[in-house]
Design a protein around this ligand. Structure first.
Ligand SMILES: *[C@@H]1O[C@H](CO)[C@@H](O)[C@H](O)[C@H]1NC(C)=O
Ligand SMILES: *[C@@H]1O[C@H](CO)[C@@H](O)[C@H](O)[C@H]1NC(C)=O
Ligand SMILES: *[C@@H]1O[C@H](CO)[C@@H](O)[C@H](O)[C@H]1NC(C)=O
Length: 446
C-alpha cells in the first residue's frame, strides 16, 4: 500500500540513504565537536551536583532556528525564561544533529514494514462483574497481567474499560464529532493539557509541510477548565475547533483525579484514540513542535526500521538513580515508589550496566516527553503494557519503561520489538522546550 499516492517513485530507501551520505560526512566534525562539548558539560554538571545536591529541573530554554536540517548550525541558547530563581547550577543541554531529509517530497514508506511481528490484539471493552467499581483501566489480575506480556493473539486491558451496562462512565469521554474526526486520522500528532498546567504552544507552522497540514491530524486534548483558561488568554477555537494547527478536543469526566496520570491516557494510548492511524507522535505540552511530522517518522522509524522510538534521559540511565531522583524531588509517594521497584526487582529488573556490550538498551531511563510510534501489534502491545504499569503502580513512567521493555523481550524471544532509543539531544533539535506553566505538587507526595 502506498502511503503517498502519486508520489511513489521508483526509489527505495537505500537510495535515499545514499543521497544523504555526502552531506553527512561533512557534518561529522561538527557532531564530534558537539559531543565533546556535551561530555564536558556533563562532567561539570556531575561535579556541581555532587558538591551541592541541588535540584535538577533542567529544561533549559533552547531555541533552534533555521530549517529542520540545520539543527546544529542554528543552535542558540537562552537562559531560563519565566523562572525567577536563577541557579548557577542549572545546566544547559544542547540539541545535536539530526539528519532529517530536506523535504517530504518523494518520501516512500519502506515496504519491509511487513517484517514486524504479526498478531492480533483486542482490548477488554467491558467488565461485567457488578461487585467491582468500574474504572477506566479495568481490574486486571496479576495472572492476566503476566499473560498479557505474551506477544500473540489476545484480548488485554488497555484503558477505556466500561463497567456493567447502565453503570457510570469510566471517563475520557469525547464528543461524537471529535471521535469521528479522530477515527479517520491516518497519522496523528497529539499532546494534552489537563488542569491548566501549561500554555498552548502551536506547532511552528512554517516548518510543517503542506502535505502534513492536510494529511496529519494535530490533536490537543484538554479538559473543560483548561479550555476556559486558554479562552481567557485569547486562545479560542475557531468554528472547526482549531487553534492554529491544533484541533482542540475536550475530554469530559477525567478518569483519574491526578491530572498527570490522566495525561498518560493520550500519551500511551494513541492507537486506541486514533484507531485507524498507522503512525503517531506524542509530545509533551512543554514543547513546541518545530519539525515536520513526516520527516520525524522517516528519520526515527522508517530509516531505522523501527516501530517505536523514544529518547533516552539526558543524564540518568539507571532506574535506581531515577528512583532516588523522584524521591529527592518528592515526585511521588516514596512507599509506592519502593513497592514498585521491589516488585520489578523480584521479577528480574537489574541495574543498568553501561559497560556490558550486550546491554539491551542505551539507557533504562527514557525521556518520555516525545514518542514516535508505528501502530504495529508489538508497538501497540508495548503501549498497553506500559500504560497498565502506570495504572497499577506509580504514574512515574520512567520507572516502568525498562522493566516493561525487558519483560516483553524476555517473554517473547522469537518476536522482536524494534525499539529505537535515540539521544535526548536529538529530541531537543526537533522541538522547542519551555518550562511548564507551574508545577502543582502531585497528590500523595510525602
Ligand atoms: C467479581 O469480583 C469479585 C471481587 O474481586 C470477585 O471475588 C469475584 O470472583 C468476581 N466475579 C466474577 C464472576 O468474576
Ligand atoms: C491470530 O489472529 C489472526 C487475525 O485475527 C488470524 O489470522 C490468526 O490465524 C490468529 N493466529 C492464531 C495462532 O490463532
Ligand atoms: C557489567 O558488564 C561487564 C561486561 O559484561 C561485566 O564485566 C561487569 O561485571 C558488569 N557489572 C555489573 C555490576 O554487573
Amino acid at each position: 500500500m502506498s502511503w503517498f499516492p502519486g508520489r511513489r517513485r521508483d526509489m527505495g530507501l537505500s537510495r535515499l540513504g545514499k543521497e544523504l551520505l555526502p552531506e553527512r560526512r561533512g557534518r561529522r566534525i561538527n557532531k564530534h565537536r558537539l559531543s565533546h562539548l556535551v561530555l564536558l558539560i556533563l562532567v561539570i554538571f556531575v561535579f556541581c551536583l555532587g558538591a551541592s545536591g541541588l535540584n535538577l529541573i533542567l529544561h533549559g530554554k533552547i531555541e533552534r532556528k533555521n530549517s529542520s536540517t540545520q539543527a546544529a548550525r542554528g543552535l542558540r541558547m537562552e537562559s531560563d525564561v519565566g523562572s525567577p530563581r536563577k541557579s548557577k547550577h542549572r545546566r544547559k543541554y544542547f540539541p545535536c544533529e539530526v539528519g532529517l531529509l530536506d523535504s517530504v517530497d518523494n518520501l516512500v514508506e519502506p515496504t519491509t514494514f511487513v517484517e514486524f511481528a504479526k498478531f492480533s490484539l483486542q482490548y477488554v471493552d467491558r467488565e461485567d462483574n457488578s461487585s467491582l467499581i468500574p474504572r477506566f483501566a479495568g481490574h486486571q489480575t496479576l495472572d492476566e497481567r503476566e499473560l498479557s506480556f505474551n506477544a500473540r493473539n489476545q484480548t488485554l486491558h488497555c484503558g477505556f474499560v466500561k463497567g456493567p451496562v447502565g453503570s457510570f462512565s469510566t471517563g475520557f469521554d469525547l464528543e461524537e464529532k471529535d471521535k469521528n474526526f479522530m477515527n479517520q486520522c491516518k497519522i496523528a500528532v497529539s499532546s494534552c493539557i489537563f488542569g491548566s498546567s501549561d500554555f498552548l504552544r502551536r506547532p511552528t507552522s512554517k516548518q510543517i509541510s503542506a502535505y502534513s497540514k492536510s494529511n496529519v491530524c494535530f490533536v490537543m486534548f484538554v479538559d473543560q477548565a483548561t479550555l476556559y483558561t486558554l479562552a481567557s488568554e485569547g486562545n479560542v477555537p475557531d468554528e472547526n475547533g482549531n487553534i492554529g494547527l491544533w484541533r482542540i478536543v475536550v475530554v469530559k469526566s477525567l478518569p483519574y483525579e491526578d491530572m498527570r496520570r490522566t495525561g498518560k491516557v493520550p500519551k500511551f494510548l494513541a492507537h486506541r484514540l486514533f484507531p485507524s492511524s498507522r503512525y503517531s507522535i506524542w509530545l509533551d505540552s512543554k514543547m513546541r513542535l518545530n519539525t515536520d511530522p513526516m520527516l520525524i517518522i522517516e528519520n526515527f522509524l522508517w530509516r531505522t526500521r523501527s516501530e517505536y522510538a523514544i529518547s533516552n534521559h539526558y543524564v540518568r540511565h539507571c532506574v535506581w538513580e531515577e528512583v532516588l531522583q523522584n524521591k529527592r524531588l518528592n515526585k511521588y509517594n516514596h512507599r509506592a515508589i519502593d513497592e514498585q521497584l521491589m516488585f520489578y526487582q523480584s521479577d528480574g529488573l537489574v541495574k543498568f550496566n553501561a559497560t556490558d556490550p550486550n546491554t539491551p538498551l542505551p539507557s533504562y531511563v527514557p525521556e518520555g516527553s516525545f514518542i514516535v510510534r508505528a501502530h504495529t501489534p508489538m508497538s501497540n502491545l508495548f503501549s498497553c503494557l506500559w500504560f497498565n504499569e502506570v495504572d497499577r503502580f506509580t504514574s512515574r513512567d520512567q520507572l516502568s519503561f525498562a522493566y516493561t521493555y525487558l519483560k516483553l523481550k524476555r517473554q517473547n524471544p522469537e518476536r522482536l520489538f524494534r525499539l529505537n532509543m535515540f539521544k535526548d539531544c536529538e529530541r531537543r533539535a526537533l522541538l522547542k522546550l519551555f518550562h511548564h506553566r507551574e508545577s502543582p505538587s502531585p497528590p500523595n507526595a510525602i
